[in-house]
Design a protein around this ligand. Structure first.
Ligand code: NOJ
Length: 555
């Protein structure tokens, strides 16, 4: 079935019209479009490139993809500076490519989630151009947060807020007559002015943008800076410096304000007015699990990334407490937890967990932990290949605005955005179709052994581990429905839990190997040498290793 845009109809629930609640247990693969696959060999990934890799994703066994912004943008912040929310940037393709991608994905049973960036626009957006060209107090300025400065002549920023990328969150406008004028707020780069969500016109515009993409068949939105749109009344000072260090752990007058939830109630109404259970997932940094759960109330969003989990080190005790707190808080509002190990803003977890062989061992074990927990899971492109963070990018290659804004003291997030190695012995490793193309960030030569082609047919590769785990997760009903119950004691170096009566997962965080009495068949282990155990007996689980087994009948 196609609609007026020529797009294949969205995936709907079962024929009886009952909701599938697909999002409660879905595995969603994050595609950082710029770095996934480059079909036109300009060194930058594009929508046609993604389209060409859908079979790979369907075979991997994920349920959906989330595409990072591909809209018209000056690309100051990798496309999170949007100049036109309804058009595709030419470096990524055009609207027909987007429609084709949505249709092809749906044909393979994959849902498609797109990014929406409502906290700020690009400074190249028509609205911002109009705002700075218009006089203070005019309706065009009311779409953003422009304020007079303090001090004689208004030369001091209106308050002490800091930009997430470093430096003050305010920049002074040069008025059309050439004089220094008002200041505008930008919680991120100066090229990303914050919108004024007190203005009904801003609400109307974003509701229309949601409908535009929903009409094209997308299955949902990942909401950028979902905790940021509403600011505390009067824009009060924080009274602190180094505010960014407080992100996600303390209250700030520009993040996680109660008023933001009103917006999601309206958006939920729009999502629910379309067939096929369209969803909203919040990129929300909240001080604790309970505050995060507010975004997941039944009339708000469906999912929120669990950043407290991402920020936890490789420690049985710490992970257990964050798992318990997350399940409890989300459970209280009837929502799933949403587990994440990596994304395009964070150092890749192979490296966070120790890098090298240890990091990879732990990343393999973490994959089995993650995929055995109740809820939904996001997989960041390349995590299924065990890619580490690239920590030695040359200075001149760095594109992340954080690098310049921090006075070149913070290298930023490019190390997790290096283009994917698909095949071959040298760069571009099949990322660009033309072997002579130069990817926008250089890929290390040492990645040859990590490419998809190198791992594809190796049953002991991490790629095979992800495929096996995803297949089992789809087959085992208890992994969708049964709650988690702990077998291990708090404080133990092993986390061991069951889902239902017959599924058990154990993860040994080390440092020592442990003997486990296992009655059943090993379904999967992060160390391939353990996979052959069956029946009753003791199994030695090495450090930094996870195992799934099926408890056999009558055991
Ligand atoms: C969060 C996005 O994930 C990040 O990449 C971006 O820089 C900021 N929001 C600002 O949009």
């Amino acid at each position: 079935m196609t609609d007026q845009h020529g797009t294949t109809a969205v995936l709907t629930g079962p024929a009886n019209g009952m909701p599938t609640q697909w999002w409660r247990t879905a595995v969603i693969y994050q595609i950082y479009v710029r770095s996934f696959a480059d079909a036109d060999s300009d060194g930058i990934g594009d929508l046609a490139g993604v389209r060409g890799k859908l079979d790979y994703l369907a075979e991997l066994g994920v349920d959906a993809v989330w595409l990072t912004p591909f809209y018209v943008s000056p690309m100051v912040d990798g496309g999170y500076d949007v100049a036109d929310y309804r058009a595709v940037d030419p470096i990524f393709g055009d609207l027909d490519d987007a429609k084709g991608l949505i249709g092809d994905a749906h044909e393979r049973g994959l849902r498609v989630i797109v990014d929406i960036v409502p906290n700020h626009t690009s400074s190249a957006h028509r609205w911002f151009r109009e705002a700075v060209a218009a006089p203070a107090g005019s309706p065009a300025r009311e779409r953003y947060l422009l304020r007079d400065g303090k001090g004689g002549g208004g030369g001091v920023a209106p308050n002490d807020w800091e930009s997430v990328f470093g430096g003050p969150a305010w920049t002074r406008v040069t008025e059309p007559d050439g004089t220094a004028g008002q200041w505008y707020l930008h919680l991120f780069d100066p090229e990303q002015p914050d919108l004024n969500w007190e203005n009904p016109e801003v609400h109307a515009e974003f509701e229309d943008i949601l409908r535009f993409w929903l009409d094209l068949g997308v299955d949902g939105f990942r909401i950028d800076v979902a905790h940021g749109m509403v600011k505390a009344e009067g824009l009060p000072d924080t009274g602190t410096i180094d505010q960014i260090a407080l992100l996600g752990s303390a209250e700030l007058p520009y993040f996680d304000q109660d008023g933001v939830h009103e917006i999601y109630r309206r958006w939920r109404g729009i999502l629910d007015s379309y067939p096929g259970e369209r969803i909203g997932v919040a990129e929300a940094w909240a001080p604790d699990a309970d505050r995060l759960a507010h975004y997941l109330r039944p009339d708000e969003l469906h999912q929120a990334f669990n950043f407290h989990y991402v920020q936890t080190d490789w420690s049985a005790a710490d992970l257990r407490s964050v798992i318990d707190a997350s399940l409890e808080s989300a459970g209280r509002v009837g929502a799933p937890s949403t587990w994440v190990l990596s994304n395009h803003d964070l150092a890749r977890h192979v490296t966070r967990y120790g890098d090298g062989e240890v990091g990879l061992r732990r990343a393999r074990a973490a994959a089995l932990l993650n995929l055995a927990l109740p809820g939904s899971v996001y997989v960041y492109q390349g995590e299924e290949l065990g890619l580490p963070e690239v920590t030695d990018l040359p200075d001149e290659a760095i594109a992340d605005p954080r690098w310049e804004r921090s006075g070149r003291t913070e290298r930023g997030r490019d190390g997790c955005r290096v283009p994917i190695p698909w095949s071959g012995e040298s760069a571009p490793f099949g990322f660009s179709t033309d072997a002579s193309a130069s990817p926008w960030l250089p890929q290390p030569d040492r990645w040859a052994g990590l490419s998809v082609a190198a791992q594809q047919d190796d049953p002991s590769s991490i790629l095979s581990l992800y495929r096996d785990a995803l297949r089992l997760r789809a087959e085992l009903d208890e992994l969708k429905t049964a709650p988690l119950h702990w077998f291990s004691e708090p404080g133990a170096q092993v986390l061991m839990f069951g889902r239902g009566d017959r599924f058990t997962c154990a993860v040994n965080f080390g440092p020592d190997p442990v003997e486990l009495d296992v009655t059943g068949d090993v379904l999967l282990a992060s160390d391939p040498r353990l996979r052959s155990h069956g029946g009753r007996g003791s199994v030695t689980l090495p450090a930094d290793t996870a195992m799934w087994w099926r408890v056999t009948e009558g055991a």
